[in-house]
Each structure stands twice: as structure tokens, then as C-alpha cells.
Write a protein that binds this ligand. Structure first.
Ligand SMILES: NC(=O)c1ccc[n+]([C@@H]2O[C@H](COP(=O)([O-])OP(=O)(O)OC[C@H]3O[C@@H](n4cnc5c(N)ncnc54)[C@H](OP(=O)(O)O)[C@@H]3O)[C@@H](O)[C@H]2O)c1
Length: 248
């Protein structure tokens, strides 16, 4: 029996990579999925089509989460589609800036924190009124928070902020029956980790990992699907490391 039958879900950044795999994994469990995207409309259409082919409901929403009112617009549109009850929010959309602190610009820093930190916080704020007992929120952090990877300082700081938010929100929302967790992927085979597609980058990732293959979006999606399900009902305020045993 599908474990998320009748549940409503918003997945940000669901046009590609981890978000796409997550949207599909949750839809396979019977959820109705809002497929949020930024610039890749055709990819989002494809995800919506695949979800509908599975027999689940899906709609896409296009909002730039780097804009200050992006989360507010996304939440407003999501409420129009799903109505008064949101069961699962997966705040996955994120960006990476491959600059060391020496090279980092103020614009890069501001955009990084706008998309990776500000947008998830305000999205939770805006969607909180339609979360209910047993709703849950899942953020997507990164291995970079606990493992020093060259040139990742600002990106890692943005994800470190998210992990702090997980603890606070889990504490604040717990009395209302709402769980808040995060998953922290290692190096994944997606557009974001372009460096890992070069032999040198892939070698570096594989050297770090206990399991000697590249991480795939589906490896993270299955963890999110577990955290989102009632099977994880006693887990909140946690960051689940899903990185093939990196930097053990
Ligand atoms: N890849 C890795 O190695 C890795 C490792 C650890 C953690 N993560 C985290 O996992 C999450 C997903 O990463 P990924 O590898 O799947 O990345 P990805 O393939 O680059 O996909 C990023 C997604 O976020 C959306 N997005 C980015 N900026 C946006 C904006 N300003 N407004 C709206 N949507 C925006 C993109 O939408 P459009 O394509 O439609 O623009 C896309 O759907 C991120 O939070 C990332 O930090 C990734």
C-alpha cells in the first residue's frame, strides 16, 4: 500500500537532480506533488508528466527563489492548488558557488544565502499556517558542513545555517506535531557538482567515500521518502548523513 496516499507535498527545485528524484519518489508513494522550478520549464513539465503517468496528481510552479518575495509567491500559488493542508515540504532548491573566500564576491554571497537560507525559512513561515499534526519539513543540507572541502566555505556556511534552523524549528514545531529534519548528501551525480564529472573530481569523491561509486539523486530521494513517511514519526531535529560513508 502506498505510504503517502492522499498526502500533499511541495518540493522546491524539482525540475532536476535531487529534487526531481524526490518528487518522483514521493509520487510513487501516492502523494500529490507541487513541482517547483526556477529556469528549467521543460524539465519541470517532464517531471509533472512522469508523476501523472504514475497515477498521482502534479502541478508545476515557477518562482525565482533568489527574489525576496519568491517564497511568498510560491506559498500563495501552492495554497491555491492544494488548499488548506500541506503534509510535506521538501526545501531542496539550492545553489553552489565554487569560490574560495579569496575570490568570493558580495553578490555571490548574497545570492547563495538568499536561495539556500532565506528562501527555505520564509517558505516555512508562509506555509506553516497550512501544516497540521503529522506534517513534516525536510531540508537538504550537505556533507560540506562537517567535512572541510576546499573552496566550499560560503556554501558550507549556508548549509550550516540550515542545520541550525532544523534544530530550532523542530523544537518550535514539535509541540504542534510537526517534524523537521534534513538530509545531508555527499558528492552527487547532478548538474550542481560539475567538478565531479571531471576525472580528477570523481577520483576525489571516490577517495573520500567508503562506497566506491558516485551518489545518485535516487540515493537521497529514498532517504527523504523515509523521513517524510510515518515510519520516521519519532525522528525530528536530525540531519541524516547520506554520503556513501564520506570522510569516515
Ligand atoms: N549535487 C551535490 O553534490 C550536492 C551535495 C550536497 C547537497 N546538495 C544540495 O542538494 C540540493 C539539490 O542539489 P542538486 O545537486 O539536485 O542541484 P541541481 O541539479 O543544480 O538542481 C537545483 C534545483 O534547484 C532549483 N533552483 C536553483 N536556484 C533556484 C532559484 N533561484 N529559484 C528557483 N529554483 C532554483 C533548480 O531549478 P531550475 O533548474 O528550474 O532553475 C533545480 O531544480 C541543493 O540544496 C544542494 O545544495 C547537492
Amino acid at each position: 500500500m502506498a505510504s503517502l496516499l492522499g498526502k500533499t507535498v511541495v518540493v522546491t527545485g524539482a525540475s532536476r537532480g535531487i529534487g526531481r528524484a524526490t518528487a518522483l519518489a514521493l509520487a510513487k508513494e501516492g502523494a500529490q506533488v507541487i513541482v517547483h522550478f526556477g529556469g528549467h520549464a521543460r524539465d519541470a513539465d517532464q517531471v509533472v508528466g512522469e508523476i501523472r503517468a504514475l497515477g498521482s496528481r502534479a502541478e508545476k510552479i515557477n518562482v525565482d527563489l533568489a527574489a525576496p518575495d519568491g517564497p511568498h509567491r510560491l506559498a500563495k500559488r501552492a495554497k491555491e492548488i492544494i488548499g488548506g493542508r500541506l503534509d510535506i515540504l521538501v526545501a531542496n532548491a539550492g545553489i553552489f558557488v565554487p569560490s574560495s573566500v579569496d575570490d568570493l564576491t558580495v553578490d555571490e554571497f548574497d545570492k547563495l544565502f538568499a536561495v539556500n537560507v532565506r528562501a527555505p525559512i520564509f517558505l516555512v513561515q508562509q506555509l506553516r499556517p497550512i501544516m497540521c499534526v503529522e506534517s513534516n519539513v525536510i531540508f537538504v543540507s550537505s556533507l560540506a558542513v562537517r567535512s572541510m572541502i576546499g573552496g566550499f566555505a560560503a556554501y558550507a556556511a549556508s548549509k550550516g545555517a540550515l542545520e541550525t534552523i532544523v534544530k530550532y524549528l523542530a523544537s518550535d514545531f514539535g509541540p504542534h506535531g510537526i517534524r523537521v529534519n534534513a538530509v545531508a548528501p555527499g558528492v552527487m551525480e547532478t548538474e550542481m557538482s560539475a567538478f565531479a564529472r571531471a576525472d580528477e573530481g570523481a577520483d576525489h569523491a571516490l577517495t573520500m567515500q567508503a562506497i566506491k561509486r558516485m551518489g545518485r539523486p535516487e540515493d537521497i530521494a529514498s532517504v527523504v521518502a523515509f523521513l517524510a513517511s510515518n515510519e520516521a514519526r519519532w525522528i525530528t531535529g536530525e540531519v541524516v548523513q547520506a554520503d556513501g560513508g564520506s570522510q569516515l
